[in-house]
Design a protein around this ligand. Structure first.
Ligand code: PLP
Length: 411
């Protein structure tokens, strides 16, 4: 038996070399370390509403507690019937047709379902169209299969909406799927109906699968309207992702769902493969599933929070005001989701670099944000903040940022 020191270090498998998820990367690890040393860090890196005092509706908690006795056993790999039925009713109420309980999969958050739905589809060398910036799990999940994420730009000049003609030019014979994240993380963009419609027609024309991540579907500001992709899609397979984490402030319950709609006649092998992958993990967290019917059928308290005078509405305004007061910052107002994707004006700070900034902000000002380049963009002058802290904290955060950047401008 060789002693421990003589063992060669365990290598990272080659297919994982390119996998990145910097929202919980080295900066976040440094913040945890600083917290362990007793420092107080304002953490704006994760869209985790409960950590800022947003509570899950009481009725959902009660539904879990009341059903704990039934939650001790494995359940169907697609999830419990009442939860899937509630997701079907929700789809119908939005105007999506032809969805049955068999088309709904419950998962341990949307995250797990994204991984399964891509793994069931892709071969090494295949391509998937993914927005840039993206929620980086999407790019990582494509790369894990050996396929390639081909990024289509969503530019600030166009309110971070995709240009369907530009997306069309990126399609090749290897393109298997088109990913939409709407409302978007990190930009907060909510796509107009004409953009959604054009992207759906594009996918239909090329027979590629639509993956629509709509986890923020009810987190909308200033009268923004969300158009569910599935309401417009008829001629190709569409998977829509939703969940309890954001709208219902229950990230820790780990509950998400994928709903398949549109044309399914050609997709039976694919859907069976998704089910096979679902059965490999037996079933998803059962107690959380018991909250789904109550969540979807109950009072939608998220609308009270996103109204202009609601807590999220006011905090979004505080972010917009913080940016407006700054000499360095610019922001396309987020129409939805929980983030601001803020640009730093390079005319005033020519040497600005997002990674160096985020590190300095953490070390010197005890604020954790995510550098823009973590979201698969080819520029380095943005950072993402959540809009979750109270207004006073946000005001304090923007004062700390301004102070840091004043220092940088002076050197
Ligand atoms: N999709 C988007 C766009 C997200 O922002 C997130 C989490 O931040 C997820 C999916 C994953 O959510 P879940 O908690 O359901 O795994």
């Amino acid at each position: 038996m060789p002693d421990g020191n003589a063992l060669p270090s365990i290598p990272v498998p080659r297919h994982l070399h390119s996998i990145r998820y910097e929202i919980r990367g080295p900066l976040a690890r440094r913040a945890w370390e600083m917290e362990r040393q007793g420092l107080e860090i304002i953490k704006l890196n994760i869209g985790n509403p409960a950590s800022f005092g947003f509570r899950t509706p009481e009725a959902m908690r009660r539904a879990i507690v009341d059903n704990l006795g039934d939650a001790e056993q494995y359940v169907h790999q697609k999830g419990i019937f009442s939860a899937r039925e509630a997701v079907v009713a929700e789809s119908q109420s939005k105007g999506v047709h032809g969805v049955t309980v068999d088309d709904v999969f419950l998962g341990n958050g949307v995250s797990e379902l994204i991984l399964m739905c891509l793994e069931a589809l892709l071969e090494p060398g295949d391509e998937v169209l993914v927005p840039s910036p993206d929620y980086p799990l999407w790019t990582a999940a494509v790369s894990l299969t050996g396929a390639r994420a081909v990024h289509y730009p969503c530019r600030s000049e166009h309110e971070f909406c995709p240009d369907p003609e530009e997306v069309a030019r990126l399609i090749t014979p290897r393109t298997k799927a088109l990913v939409l994240i709407n409302p978007n993380n990190p930009t907060g963009a909510v796509y107009p109906a004409r953009v959604v419609e054009a992207l759906v027609r594009l996918a239909e024309r090329h027979g590629i699968v639509l993956f629509s991540d709509e986890i923020y579907d009810r987190i909308l500001y200033d009268g923004a309207k969300h158009v569910p992709v599935a309401t417009l899609c008829r001629d190709t397979l569409c998977a829509t992702f939703g969940g309890l984490s954001k709208v219902y402030r229950a990230c820790g319950y780990r509950v998400g769902w994928a709903t398949f709609s549109g044309r399914k006649s050609h997709a039976s092998s694919y859907l069976q493969t998704v089910e096979l992958l679902a059965s490999l993990r037996l079933c998803s967290n059962v107690p959380g599933q018991w909250a789904v019917q109550t969540a979807l059928g109950g009072h939608q308290s998220i609308y009270d929070l996103t109204a202009p005078e609601g807590r999220l509405g006011r905090q979004r305004t505080a972010v917009l005001e913080g940016v407006k007061r700054s000499k360095y910052l610019q922001l396309v107002p987020p129409a939805g989701s929980l983030y601001g994707f803020i640009r730093v004006n390079r005319e005033r700070l020519p040497k600005f670099d997002d990674n160096a900034f985020a590190m300095a902000l953490l070390e010197e000002k005890k604020v954790l944000v995510v550098p823009g380049s973590s979201f698969n963009v080819d520029y380095t002058d943005h950072f993402r903040t959540t809009i979750l802290p109270h207004e006073d904290t946000l005001k304090d955060v923007f004062a700390r940022i301004e102070d840091l950047l004043d220092g940088w401008a002076a050197t």
